[in-house]
Write a protein that binds this ligand. Sequence first.
Ligand code: PMV
Length: 337
Amino acid sequence: MKISVVSPANIAFIKYWGRKNEKLFIPRNNNISMTMDGCLTTATVQTNPDLKEDVIEVKYYGEEYKKLESNSIKQKNLFDQVARIRKDAGKKEKVFIRSENNFPSDAGIAASASSFSALTAALLIAYGLEEKFLDKKELSRQIRFCGSGSAVRSAYGGFVEFKTGKSHKESYAEQIADENHWKLVDIVAVVDPEKKHTSSSRGHLLTKTCPYYETRIKEMQRRIKWTKDAIIKKDFEKLGYCIEQDSTSMHAVMMTSDPPIYYWNGGTMKIMQEILFARQNGLQCYFTIDAGPNVHVICEEKNIKRVQKLLHDISEVQFTIVNRPCLGVRTSNKHLF
Ligand code: PMV
């Protein structure tokens, strides 16, 4: 049987950077995000008793299908996830998987979030563990095992919190509000669509070398509460304040790790400055940046046109992707083979 799913990426308002438990991929801090309807992964999975090995083919944005090898941490985690789910289901058949993104991968647009959540969901159904797909809390725990924390948050639509915890059972995602709660917009300003130079898997490990990391963890606890509160009350100014602070706090940790990681480029800085300037002139919008140079600009629906114009007037911006909150990972009738 062929199973297809679609999963959105998500943008973290409170970032996940660093782990409490490396084996179980438990994040050091609770993190919060919004799903993105403009950045989607479609995945099709089929079990096949004639296959000698698992085959995963991925079509990155603007490229042809490529067979994945387990030659990076993230890719190995993916093959491990296939083997783990198969074992859990008590099955033997190998799988053929195809997955396709409609946006640039690995450039701070959370491509692993949508890919890993899509693959986990499709594998669970294909191997007969549908009940684990339907129970979203359990689905989020299952997704965690593929090693991408951001993927965990795509189990649900809308606004989601991924909780740290002391055990596998305690660390899962929960929905704060669904996709219809607040029509916020995330406009991604792409200044460099190439793959990032340092993977987030490596970055999570490097947090141990940053002398300011524990300070971030301490000071962010209040921000986590404020962010949830701002989402529930739809308080845009409060949310924006928290979003920007958290992004800069995470990048400060990245830049002060040893060796340091600098994800920003000149275009990134230019956009940040323009956003601050626009706010002084009364245009409410806020920036947040993941592990890459591209900038996510968060605004309300009424200001989309003005923010788009501001971004397109910056020469470093190559293109923008407009996102609104949407459903989390769901099944689809569109098969990729
Ligand atoms: O999901 P990972 O392991 O790729 O880590 C995500 C890291 C950030 O994108 C920088 C932050 C986040 O919470 O999405």
